[in-house]
Design a protein around this ligand. Structure first.
Ligand SMILES: [Fe+2]
Length: 477
């Protein structure tokens, strides 16, 4: 995001912008190599609609619906931060073993239209909506962590407009809400750099807001994800904090590691209030993404991609590995445990979403190249997709090698009802560094190391992005 944009939608508004302009010139040091302007991190210039797509291998005919993934794609030249571009959706429609179209579309927001800003209170519509995609209450939404969600038409990925739960959404909405697979209830939160720093929310399966609950935090921590179990929700308050100093000296994303901030999980009954939150201190770390969470006796278990620290110098540092780690909070004894489950670097954890809130056996993630320790190295990094069997401790990994790049592997169940936990596919976009084009790819989730079972080669590039969604036709309202 442009600094101007961040100042608008972060709640600082005109005062912050004016102050920032006064101190311009003493800004933070820009990174020498902006990795989000290298290789497949670069934005694409055009919105395209492609039909008549070839298929290599066989698309399972039972998969009829839309795979759509969000990402940050600046429309105004180089963004000032990896997270700072406009939201762009990349979708592939599957139908009876065919791929009937690919299209990419910007999320059409006031920021994208250059209509955001001006003086006065910042508006929650002024967001880029660039992080993830949600289908709930009969609506497809693009989510951006800051500001309101935007409604998207699944037929053509066009933007219908902002959505605020009939005026009941007080402000920001996380890009990582959770749907209870049994009830269809949506459990989510928004965080802000001003009070209230955290607001918990629930909406019923039809999308009616049921609860809006401010939660007391000690300060403005960055909170990217949260955990839900059958009876509880879990908030993370970790030491990456909003920094006024970083904001006023020109940081594109003014959050930094703060040694003085607490690191803790807050466990609350799903229908509870702020007064019911039990906090568990843990050794300092940071988590963007949670794989899954569930209850085991008196314990609430949260499995997540854990970093030892993050953004100690500034918010451009993505070159430290995260590892799959189990956090356990005992509600009876008050004890919190931290146990690393696997020693290989990973990110973008996923599960079969029918197992959200429940005990589970299989997880999936991007396998991260541990030699990717600098912005100069990132365009040569070799990643992959990994499956974890949490019962046996075994892993199975697809490695891209030097020619390809892979993104989040989204689990798509093979059967809508009654399938085994791991009976399904991982969907992703694969990028070829030689041809500089991408392909939609499906992997058998039980045999990732065998490589993709089918590919839909595209004559265009799908840049590195964030989170996707599978929307089967059968789910459409
Ligand atoms: Fe995320």
């Amino acid at each position: 995001m442009k600094r101007r944009d961040f100042l608008q939608y972060s709640g600082m508004g005109a005062l912050g912008a004016a102050t920032a302009s006064l101190v311009a010139g003493c800004g933070e040091e820009a990174p020498a190599v902006k990795f989000w302007q290298q290789g497949n991190y670069r934005p694409v210039d055009e919105e395209v609609t492609l039909t008549g797509l070839k298929v290599e291998g066989a698309i399972p005919p039972e998969l009829t619906g839309l795979y759509v993934r969000n990402g940050s794609n600046s429309s105004t030249g180089p963004a000032e931060h990896f997270f700072g571009g406009d939201g762009m959706l990349h979708g592939v429609r599957l139908e009876n073993g065919r791929a009937s179209w690919y299209r990419n579309r910007y999320v059409d927001t006031p920021v994208y239209r250059k209509e955001a800003g001006g003086f006065g209170a910042p508006k929650p519509e002024d967001t880029t909506s660039a992080v993830s995609v949600l289908y709930h209450g009969g609506e497809l939404m693009a989510l951006g962590e800051f500001g309101y969600p935007y409604l998207i038409d699944p037929q053509d990925l066009s933007t219908k407009g902002p959505f605020n739960y009939d005026g009941k959404l007080p402000g920001n909405m996380t890009a990582h809400p959770r749907i209870d697979p049994a009830s269809g209830e949506l459990l989510f939160f928004g965080y802000d750099v001003m009070q209230p720093y955290m607001t918990y929310m629930r909406a019923d399966a039809q999308g009616n807001m049921l609860q809006v609950e401010p939660v007391t935090m000690t300060g403005p921590s960055m909170v990217h994800d949260f955990a839900v179990t059958q009876n509880h929700v879990v908030f993370m308050e970790m030491p990456v904090r909003f920094s006024w100093m970083a904001a006023l000296t020109g940081s594109a994303l003014p959050f930094k590691w703060d040694d003085g901030a607490p690191c803790r999980f807050g466990v609350m009954p799903r229908t509870g209030t702020d007064a019911d939150v039990k906090w568990f201190d843990i050794p300092p770390c940071f988590v963007f993404h949670i794989m899954n969470s569930f209850e085991r006796g008196d314990e609430v278990i949260v499995d997540a991609a854990r970093y030892d620290s993050l953004w100690v110098k500034n918010s451009h540092d993505f070159f430290h590995p995260a590892r799959l780690t189990r956090f356990s909070m005992n509600l009876r004894t008050g004890h919190a445990g931290v146990e690393q489950l696997f020693d290989r670097a990973m990110e973008f954890p996923q599960v079969n979403r029918d197992y959200w809130t429940r005990s589970y056996r299989y997880g999936y993630s991007v396998a991260v190249d541990e030699t990717n320790d600098s912005p100069e190295r990132i365009a040569q990094a070799e990643g992959g997709l990994r499956r974890y069997d949490l019962q046996t401790g075994e892993t199975d990994t697809f490695l891209t090698g030097p020619q390809q790049e892979v993104g989040e592997g989204l689990f798509i169940p093979a059967r809508e009802h009654g399938g085994a936990e791991d009976e399904g596919y991982l969907a992703t976009y694969l990028y070829d560094r030689h041809t500089q084009t991408s392909a939609f790819a499906l992997f058998d989730a039980t045999r990732l190391s065998a490589g993709p079972i089918c590919k839909v080669p595209l004559p265009v590039r799908v840049p590195v992005g964030f989170h996707g969604l599978w929307l089967p036709d059968s789910a459409l309202a």
